[in-house]
Design a binder for this molecule. Structure first.
Ligand SMILES: Nc1nc2c(ncn2[C@@H]2O[C@H](COP(=O)(O)OP(=O)(O)O)[C@@H](O)[C@H]2O)c(=O)[nH]1
Ligand SMILES: [Mg+2]
Length: 301
């Protein structure tokens, strides 16, 4: 396969374990391709080029003997196996992101968690030092802000990357769907995170409130993708939350009206309106992040 695409703008995704990086990439793709789990399973850098190759993705593995193997990827079992295979040194994917119209490569770094696996921190730090990215998206788990691992990673990034290279960092504050907006003001949560980040030395950064899981499930439903039983339970819950409860991750989101022809999707005894799903997707905050990436890299070209 032609690897000239490494010249394309590079985005590195960074976070501590289980913040939602894999779910974010899946939400951008509109299907569950990258294994998401509560275990620190991502042991390798997975690089995804935004390029249309039909309905599915193409997956390429680079093995330690220098061989590149390319296969069409239909389920995420492939990646789970590859991730655990010590002979594989790098994984490249090619596939089309739903709402990003500029050529970019997303690099998913292993989520760091010192208690669990020090190797992951080294892989992530070496990658960030050796391959200068054009943008770093740091995913923050809003349910667990300010852990020692997160602080250590942010302090390292500030000292080793931002003081030495001119790279932009933005923060995606994830899992905001799990906040009870009647008990807690989400905008105060976001202000608190801004303060925390500026105390760690970050200045002039953009911050994106988000719910990657909701964005992924709503998009999968629109694309009529397969759901597991648990995903279906989460879909019903999140649809109820974002549509019936009229929840959104930030008051500042621009919600555009749906202009297409409306339709009902009947799925496992429930009815979902396409117009509501489009509205719900915008309320997850994912489109703001996508617009930012589109605008940033449109300028570069
Ligand atoms: N409530 C909630 N959970 C999420 C969200 N995004 C991811 N998760 C969950 O967090 C866990 C870790 O997600 P994953 O994407 O694998 O994290 P990673 O380690 O950063 O790649 C999984 O159980 C996800 O279902 C979200 O937006 N809301
Ligand atoms: Mg992951």
């Amino acid at each position: 396969m032609n690897l000239t695409w490494i010249k394309v703008p590079q985005i590195a995704l960074c976070a501590t374990m289980s913040a939602g990086k894999s779910t974010l990439i899946n939400a951008l793709l509109g299907n569950s391709y990258i294994p998401s789990s509560n275990f620190s399973c991502t042991a390798k850098i997975i690089s995804l080029l935004n390029y249309s190759v039909g309905d599915d993705l193409i997956a390429c593995k680079l093995t330690t003997d220098g061989k590149i193997t390319e296969i069409p990827m239909r389920s995420y079992k492939t990646l789970r196996d590859w991730n655990n295979d010590m002979e594989i040194s790098q994984i490249y994917l090619v596939g089309e992101l739903m709402n990003i119209f500029v050529p970019i490569v997303l690099n998913d770094t292993p989520g760091t968690n010192s208690a669990d696996n020090v190797e992951h921190i080294k892989i992530t730090q070496n990658f960030l030092k050796e391959y200068v990215s054009n943008l770093i998206i740091f995913v923050i788990n809003a349910e667990a802000i300010g852990t020692i691992d997160e602080k250590n990673l942010l302090i390292w990034l500030n000292a080793e990357i931002f003081e030495k290279y001119s790279v932009e960092i933005i923060f995606a504050v994830n899992k905001l769907d799990s906040f009870d907006s009647e008990r807690e003001d989400i905008s105060e949560v976001i202000s608190g995170i801004k303060k925390y980040l500026s105390e760690l030395g970050f200045q002039n950064f953009n911050i994106f409130p988000i719910s990657t899981e909701a964005a992924l499930l709503f998009r999968k439903l629109i694309k009529r993708k397969k759901f597991t039983r648990l995903e279906n339970i989460r879909l019903k819950f999140l649809y109820d939350r974002f549509i019936e409860d009229d929840f959104q991750v930030s008051k500042d989101l621009k919600i555009l009206p749906f202009t297409g022809e409306d339709e009902i999707i009947s799925f496992r005894d429930e009815n979902y309106k396409i117009s509501d799903l489009y509205k719900a997707i915008q309320k997850t905050g994912i489109c703001e992040l996508e617009n930012f990436i589109n605008n940033k890299f449109r300028e570069v070209r």
